[in-house]
Write a protein that binds this ligand. Sequence first.
Ligand SMILES: [Zn+2]
Length: 457
Amino acid sequence: MRKYQILILFSILLFLTDCVKTKAESGVPDNILTLLLVNSILNSNSGPCATVESIQASSIGSWSPNGNVFQYSSIYPVTLNQGSPMVQVILENSDHALGGLFPFWYLDRNQYNTGFLNKDTATYIGYNTHTSMLPYAKDTSYATDPAVTIVNTGEFSQPLGVDFNFENPSGAKATFINSCRKLDIDESNFQTSEAFSFMSGLNHFWSSEKTLDVNLIFVNGSLGQAYPIQTEQAIDVAMNRWRENFSKSSVRINLNVSVISAELDGYDMLFDLSTENGYPGSLGGLFQTTSFIGKPNALNVFIVKSELQYGGVLGVSGGIPGPATLLGTKQSGIAVFVDAHRLFTNSGDLLAFDEQMLLGETLSHEAGHFLGLWHVTEAIGDNGSIANKDPLRDTPTCHISNDFNFNGVMDLNECLGGGGSDSGGKNMMFWSGAVGFTQGDITAEQGWILRLNPLVY
Ligand SMILES: [Zn+2]
């Protein structure tokens, strides 16, 4: 999300040392994968390559990592190598069931004491739905607690694993999404540690251009139309800005865009920007409509007139990452709010040039989230915690000492320095934006995460 950060720090954050001990003592043996519900493969020369497998996560025990009782599944194998460069897991409660849920990863699936929390879980625990991912990595950690180093420099994977933890496991589902695009040589040789200064990553050049299919969905309903003209040309300033950002040498992803208009009564103005619920007016419900209007091989982008919950939210992603290729979940897309981009125009008008430019930055930013990027620094500022900055090494942060007006929030103008710990305001993944201000900086490591996503081919 941009402008306001609402990835709420749930009060049920884990304390890792305790968790591992408790589970280790349970002595439950490693099991293999049990029940396959879905097994689909998207693979063609002209589109993404991804495998999708869903399992019913049956409980083999329980623990209380933070005082709340979670049932946990057996440990499932995870493969990451040059031919399988990214894995996502999507956890979902069954309809109408409530409760927290999170994945717990293992460096070695045969050893319980190698468990770690990924960045997403170290930041918050999902409620009703949760996404997590690990990228192919060469000497890197994707901001985990404890920090682990995953090294997959060869064609074979380390014996990684993951188990699933649900407060309410009845009917709960876990889905694996694996990219099966074989990496280019420069991608598989990329070392995140090579960025010797925080800003050097901007100059990286990838040898090949990739493609991301984008499905623009203009949302109309009884309360209003998303936009007076519903074509790509009508927002071409915004789309060109997005294309420009993603065509940077550190990214090189071409956008292949399709456009539809959709009558989605109840979703033309949103009043609940959470992905926990599926009722009309909620973001989760909007994203569930991808089951009939979404494209599985594309990033589904909902263009919505406005949101009423906060006012001022420019856009929001269904997840970090969003579930690639998976339609019909409460996290299956991104949404941008047209009226939040207005400074000079009235609701119902075409956007002015600068407003469209900001829309282009928002589209870039939310797409970045969906493909796996976090804010370089959260609104609260970098205080050393992995919860408040992205997991990457070559991105700039904005330290809390830059809060010159002491309002507890790192404003854009407080994060425009040139160093590694006082900047980030110009980065595409800064937490807020402004009309008339461009934020197209994208580092090599950010571009690398974008390119590894199963939707990118
Ligand atoms: Zn954001």
